[in-house]
Design a protein around this ligand. Structure first.
Ligand code: ADP
Length: 171
């Protein structure tokens, strides 16, 4: 098989999100879905309208540092339509995590919209690890802001960064 044939036969998945910051819930989805693809791309949505606490570059670096043990995982930032980014990366599957029914309505709407725009790309949902069903980036930011312990929510190597940023958000 030529290199070109190998590239075109690769199964590529995309796990998009804000990851502001990445939590153990996200990491669990990355670890599980990375086993389903030749390559998994974690797509960090720039989305300045959402006014993220961390810049896209900071979020990419944090995710890279906590996924360095996963050989087939790449981390990139993107702006614009997810389906355009997926096509650019030759991904055929979008991965999303579901924590509770509250996630479902929005996720279903997004999946159907993306499928209408781009029928060759499918969305799959992985249910959360029950240990992290309650966990979100906003909860981590809130706890950190009030100097609560966040090491049970996010990987140890990014705890100091998140603590510092949440306590002095302008830095
Ligand atoms: P977005 O702004 O796209 O919702 P998030 O970073 O909040 O970005 O989430 C990215 C994806 O990860 C979403 O599919 C979300 O449902 C999922 N996710 C977030 N937290 C968890 C968790 N604790 N367990 C499983 N999936 C999660």
């Amino acid at each position: 098989m030529t290199k070109e044939e190998k590239v075109t036969s690769e199964k590529v998945g995309i796990y998009p999100g804000s990851f502001d910051p990445i939590t153990f819930g996200h990491l669990d989805i990355i670890e599980r879905s990375s086993k389903m693809f030749d390559r998994l791309i974690v797509g960090v949505l720039c989305n300045k309208a959402k006014k993220p606490l961390f810049s896209a570059e900071e979020r990419v670096r944090m995710i890279q540092s906590v996924t360095s043990h996963l050989d087939n995982v790449e981390v990139c930032s993107f702006d614009g339509l997810l389906v355009d980014f997926a096509k650019l990366e030759k991904a055929s599957v979008i991965v999303r995590g579901l924590r509770a029914v509250t996630d479902f309505e929005y996720e279903l709407q997004m999946a159907q919209t993306n499928r209408t725009m781009c029928p060759e790309i499918d969305t799959i949902f992985l249910t959360t690890n029950l240990s992290y069903a309650y966990l979100s980036s906003s909860i981590v930011r809130e706890v950190a802001q009030y100097e609560g312990k966040i090491s049970q929510f996010i990987p140890a190597q990014i705890v100091p960064l998140v603590e510092e940023k949440c306590r002095c958000p302008k830095d």
